[in-house]
Ligand binder design. Structure first.
Ligand code: ADP
Ligand code: MG
Length: 307
């Protein structure tokens, strides 16, 4: 009789916008001790707009924005879109760029035609056309020093839950951009509802610790993993599992795939990438984090019927 009950609930799940790829995981959802959410685009809207910027002496804001837009011209990332939009809004034309490279979880790099731009490396070398845009993980990789006033700018932005990305030209950090993202209305109810079910709520992000903490404090999230590189995300799932917890993971990006696989219940949400979808046990068709709560409740209800 059990397979029948599970089958019924699988179609019930489907009617609720949940596609079950692994029935065992669907059953296990009732026993979850902790659920980890990807931050950007899951708990937040993920629609970054550039709200503020700062540059080093001798670099005009317009120039910094145009350079950043050039480096970002080949990227699909929401941060890239926001930077290109900000440049367009100011009627700036991005210079030509080539050799685009996406550095996973860190940022982007390109070779930019900087002939119309002032400044550049003091040694006069042509490394000035190598330009990067990225977050704290990029700065770590490049071993870049943040000038004091840009650090203060970044600290203040971070406290306001704004994501900061940096512009690095010829090895020198020359500008910082603050981007606003907003917490989704539903996320507050999701955290409360999961707490009511006795489930620990965690958040996982490649974004800075400041931003992560600000968002987590607002939402009442229990555990925060910030500045995590894509290849380390599954380690964070394992960290909670090693505490003896049954762990669910909710994510949408290519970056989240290993973590979804590692989790006891991997949940892909919304218009997730194919890779995320293929790594998940359950797919939530609508991009509504409240469906995670419905999933746990449905699993619990199915279990009671089976007893
Ligand atoms: P998340 O972990 O929040 O889903 P990602 O793994 O996509 O985010 O990116 C992590 C961090 O890497 C971003 O917060 C940003 O600092 C940096 N980053 C990634 N892609 C870009 C890009 N195209 N431009 C600038 N920064 C980027
Ligand atoms: Mg993501």
């Amino acid at each position: 009789a059990i397979p029948l009950v599970v089958a019924i609930n699988t179609s019930l799940a489907a009617r609720n916008g949940m596609l079950v790829r692994d029935r065992i995981a669907m059953e296990e959802a009732r026993n979850l001790d902790a659920i980890i959410f990807d931050k950007t685009g899951t708990l937040t809207e993920g629609e970054h707009g550039v709200v503020d910027m700062a540059t080093v002496d001798g670099v005009a804001e317009e120039d910094a924005l145009a350079l950043a837009a050039a480096v970002e011209s080949d990227s699909e990332h929401m941060i890239a879109r926001a930077i290109r939009e900000a440049a367009t809004e100011r009627d700036l034309t991005a210079p030509d760029a080539s050799d685009f490279e996406a550095i996973k979880g860190r940022g982007v790099r390109a070779t930019v035609d900087v002939s119309g731009f002032a400044g550049g490396p003091s040694d006069g070398s042509d490394s000035g056309n190598e330009v990067y845009v990225g977050g704290p993980n990029l700065l770590t990789q490049l071993d870049s020093e943040v000038p004091d006033h840009l650090q203060r700018f970044a600290d203040e932005a971070g406290q306001n839950a704004q994501t900061v990305v940096y512009l690095v030209r010829g090895g020198e950090l020359i500008a910082a951009f603050a981007m606003a993202d907003v917490i989704r209305e539903e996320s507050f109810r999701v955290v409360d509802a999961l707490h009511d079910l006795g489930i620990e709520v965690a958040m996982l992000t490649g974004d800075s610790r400041d931003v992560a903490t600000a968002v987590a404090d607002d939402l009442g999230i229990d555990t925060v993993f910030a500045e995590v590189l894509p290849e380390d995300k599954d380690e964070k799932v394992r960290e909670l599992q090693d505490q003896g917890k049954l762990v669910g993971m909710v994510g949408d990006g290519v970056n989240d795939a290993p973590a979804l696989t590692r989790a006891d219940v991997g949940i892909a949400i919304g218009s997730g990438t194919d890779v995320a979808v293929q790594s998940a046990d359950v797919i939530l068709v609508q991009n509504n984090p409240m469906d995670v709560v419905r999933l746990v409740k449905l699993s619990k209800a199915s279990y009671r019927k089976m007893q």
